[in-house]
Design a protein around this ligand. Structure first.
Ligand SMILES: [Mn+2]
Length: 424
């Protein structure tokens, strides 16, 4: 379904006066107002093709209505998100869940919606129908060279699909690990993984990157071969300058200080980017900002500080992606909420008084340092995010406009109430 600009403008109208009142109240307290606006308008988050349907757990999946039945329909859904918030201008594909059979027409359809293709993701954590060898005991780390070779070839095939779509990065998440002590020789598993990744790395085009994701547990429950950022960074350093570490917020043990990891990876020039989500217990894949928005702000605080220290462009110098699963909510509404939460945290980080914070740190003024951070965090920056959206042609309140346009009802009419999207 197409969301027309004039409909968004119309639906913004009744909220405009209240918005302007709030913005005028806030603006004098934002010293670099224009810079903040430019940063927010330039900021985009890639939408994962696998998150446009209702997600499930290992206990079941309750599909919602009007789910996209094809890659084309997924692109349409991302187009709706982009039209409403002007911050979702790309889509990240998972192969083989979403194989672009006709790259030229897929690219044209995406371009029509103002979209391009972000990182492509390989999948060696499931066996596909007609697959020769099983990944039951891993893929790139497997003890059998023939299984490793099959997984390497799959990754190279994913790169080829990505090249056709103008993607510039391969993101690799391995479920490889072990369930019981004694099952694996850790060093051999690591070496096999390194050698496999080296073969894939050699197939990367010059302007491509390889993003290596880590995760401490699940689906394996004793060890994971790329279990933490240290193991990922070790691989990235051995591979070369095109390889770096991808941080998925849900891939940490409880209470891990993710912002510190982010800071150091940035320092080393090895932060590939993010898979945003939120969690209370493990890899819950909940809506970004729904459980721990303060942590999200602290992460963005390190990102802004660290990227500025290296002279990086916030919007494009690392990969911004969502990796979430929507068990009970409308996936499009959930994704709109997630992008909004990311922009709010980013806006809060942009208004931190950096000079004052640095001075407080130098003076060991712990109280003041906390006050400075929380001054930014406790500022209601929603008018800033709404203004950036408005200036770019988006909705002041994307969820509200989505509901008033009855997008889901229309999708159900178009696609039916019992459709199932490929993905998780
Ligand atoms: Mn992920």
């Amino acid at each position: 379904m197409n969301v027309e600009q004039h409909r968004i403008d119309e639906l913004n109208q009744p909220e405009l006066a209240a918005h302007q009142r709030k913005l005028h109240f806030l603006a004098p307290d934002i010293p670099a107002f224009d810079k903040v606006m430019n940063n927010l308008q330039a900021f985009n988050v890639a939408i994962p093709s696998w998150a446009l349907g209702t997600g499930g757990t290992r206990f079941g999946r309750f599909s919602g209505g009007g789910e996209p039945r094809s890659l084309e329909e997924k692109i349409e859904d991302v187009g709706v998100i982009q039209a409403l918030n002007r911050s979702g201008n790309s889509i990240s594909l998972h192969i083989p869940w979403d194989i672009p059979e006709n790259a030229a027409s897929i690219k044209a359809l995406a371009a029509q919606k103002g979209l391009h293709f972000d990182a492509v993701n390989s999948n060696t954590f499931q066996d596909q129908p007609n697959q020769k060898l099983s990944y039951k005991f891993g893929s790139l780390h497997h003890v059998d060279k023939a299984v490793r070779k099959q997984a390497i070839e799959h990754n190279i095939e994913v790169i080829k699909y990505g090249v056709q779509l103008n993607s510039k990065a391969l993101s690799v998440w391995l479920s490889d690990g072990s369930n019981f002590p004694g099952q694996l020789n850790f060093r051999q598993a690591f070496q096999n993984t390194l050698e496999s990744l080296q073969e894939i790395y050699a197939a990367l085009p010059d302007d491509w990157k390889m993003w290596i994701e880590y995760k401490p547990f699940e689906p394996n429950f004793y060890s994971t071969t790329i279990g933490d950022w240290g193991q990922s960074l070790l691989l990235a350093n051995k591979l070369g300058s095109k390889a770096s570490t991808l941080v998925d917020l849900g891939h940490h043990l409880p209470n891990t200080n993710i912002e510190q990891i982010v800071s150091l990876l940035l320092m080393e020039g090895k932060l590939a980017g993010f898979h945003f989500n939120d969690s209370k217990y493990g890899d819950d894949d909940l809506t970004v900002g729904s459980i721990n928005p303060y942590q999200l702000f602290l992460i963005f605080n390190e990102l802004v500080e660290g990227m500025d220290a290296r002279g990086m462009t916030h919007a494009t110098d690392i990969g911004w992606m969502i990796d979430a699963s929507h068990n009970v909510k409308d996936p499009i509404e959930d994704l709109l909420q997630s992008v909004q939460a990311i922009k709010l945290a980013y806006a809060q980080a942009l208004i931190v008084d950096r000079k004052a914070l640095k001075a407080a740190q130098q003076e060991n003024d712990v109280t003041l340092a906390q006050e400075i951070l929380q001054q930014a965090y406790r500022t209601d920056v929603r008018p800033l995010v709404a203004e950036a959206s408005l200036r770019s042609g988006g909705a002041l309140n994307p969820i509200n406009v989505y509901r008033q346009l009855k997008v889901r009802e229309n999708l159900i009419k178009e696609r039916g109430s019992k459709t199932v999207a490929t993905g998780l």
